[in-house]
Design a binder for this molecule. Sequence first.
Ligand SMILES: *[C@@H]1O[C@H](CO)[C@@H](O)[C@H](O)[C@H]1NC(C)=O
Ligand SMILES: *[C@@H]1O[C@H](CO)[C@@H](O)[C@H](O)[C@H]1NC(C)=O
Ligand SMILES: *[C@@H]1O[C@H](CO)[C@@H](O)[C@H](O)[C@H]1NC(C)=O
Ligand SMILES: *[C@@H]1O[C@H](CO)[C@@H](O)[C@H](O)[C@H]1NC(C)=O
Ligand SMILES: *[C@@H]1O[C@H](CO)[C@@H](O)[C@H](O)[C@H]1NC(C)=O
Ligand SMILES: *[C@@H]1O[C@H](CO)[C@@H](O)[C@H](O)[C@H]1NC(C)=O
Ligand SMILES: *[C@@H]1O[C@H](CO)[C@@H](O)[C@H](O)[C@H]1NC(C)=O
Length: 351
Amino acid sequence: MQLFNLLVVVVVASAQNINNGGSSNFTNVGTNSTTNTTYSNPIMTLNVGDPWMTRYQSNGEGWYLFTYSTNDNVTLKRSQSLTDDWDHAEERVVFNPDPDSGLPYATDLWAPEIHNISGTWYIIFSATPDHDAPPPLQDAMCPFECPAVNHRMFVLQGDGPDPWTSNFTMKGMLNTFDQFAIDGTYFQYNDQLYHIYSCWENTYSAWPANLCITQLSDPWTVVSNLTDRRMISVPNEPWEQVPYGRAGRLATNEGPEQLVNPTTGQNFVLYSAARVNTPFYCIGMLELVGNDPMQYQSWKKHTDGCVFHQNTQAGVYGTGHASYTTSPDGSEEYIVYHALTTPNPPCKDLS
Ligand SMILES: *[C@@H]1O[C@H](CO)[C@@H](O)[C@H](O)[C@H]1NC(C)=O
Ligand SMILES: *[C@@H]1O[C@H](CO)[C@@H](O)[C@H](O)[C@H]1NC(C)=O
Ligand SMILES: *[C@@H]1O[C@H](CO)[C@@H](O)[C@H](O)[C@H]1NC(C)=O
Ligand SMILES: *[C@@H]1O[C@H](CO)[C@@H](O)[C@H](O)[C@H]1NC(C)=O
Ligand SMILES: *[C@@H]1O[C@H](CO)[C@@H](O)[C@H](O)[C@H]1NC(C)=O
Ligand SMILES: *[C@@H]1O[C@H](CO)[C@@H](O)[C@H](O)[C@H]1NC(C)=O
Ligand SMILES: *[C@@H]1O[C@H](CO)[C@@H](O)[C@H](O)[C@H]1NC(C)=O
């Protein structure tokens, strides 16, 4: 979920190095020749959330491609170095809706992701027509306030192989049965495509926010009906609930991302747990342990707690909504996440 005025930074960290064959070449990830340090954090200080980093090739050169929540539009940034100064990296606005149009994707654009699916580029993001200010009668339907009740998922399609020169056009809304949907991502398994997103159980349940899965026939067409939609994770562990251990209001699972172990082929969904604007926002993990992602029994939650969380000594709090990438040569794994620089961010509504 998007957050603002919370002193958010985007941070990169070395994830588990899956190839332990001693092939690391840190020159490739931005060693500072004066200090010999590999990189310095944060890599972005623009006070934005939901970082998404991926890679693409153009004319034989490798690029990092980045997007994040601007709230108003979909903006891409790129650099050849993961550890570049991303505040000033070159950027391109690829989708800029009129906020007063009343279109279902007009306002509060959150958590865009750009995916290369079989050579075509798709941008998936959530947005709402109403600045997260639903009419009072609709707002009153929820047990607590529900500003994001009209957030839905949308898909843009690029018209060329190179994401930096492609133009993106609206392909449509991903069917979430006219229910709350944010932070959607693609999950690919056995040549099938799925949509995993943060959902409510019912139209007006508000909290908890869970993870739902539906099956797609192409990147913009959902083939599951509501009966077949599955909730594959609910925030039922104490560390997914803030205040700690309180089920219901503000208990949250969101920001799901697929991560595949290239050595073992294991499929994981890393997701953000707990409340976004608190120091306890962290990353939890599901593993696909069955063959059918559409069965909730196929998913096993790592119940021992967050797999990635705040570090009070380092002054990094609320670590969440991550994406995953590699060094240019593919030998090193990196996590790119947002974090708070204070455990007590100023009070702010999330609209
Ligand atoms: C590391 O990569 C850099 C840049 O590609 C290259 O110049 C250097 O020779 C490499 N070093 C080693 C030890 O492979
Ligand atoms: C390398 O580190 C030094 C000392 O912190 C700093 O002055 C310099 O700007 C850094 N160089 C780069 C390319 O980041
Ligand atoms: C950086 O590493 C090089 C090669 O190992 C070494 O010669 C140099 O003294 C180091 N510099 C610093 C500032 O540690
Ligand atoms: C997109 O992915 C395909 C593989 O599906 C790959 O061949 C192609 O190089 C990728 N496009 C870019 C621009 O990196
Ligand atoms: C896109 O949104 C950002 C953040 O609000 C803003 O700085 C930028 O001017 C916008 N770009 C366009 C073309 O509207
Ligand atoms: C994208 O649109 C611009 C402006 O309409 C146009 O100049 C450009 O050729 C288009 N790019 C592609 C790849 O079609
Ligand atoms: C949902 O789709 C399944 C097939 O996947 C079908 O068996 C079922 O009848 C459908 N349910 C409804 C309510 O349409």
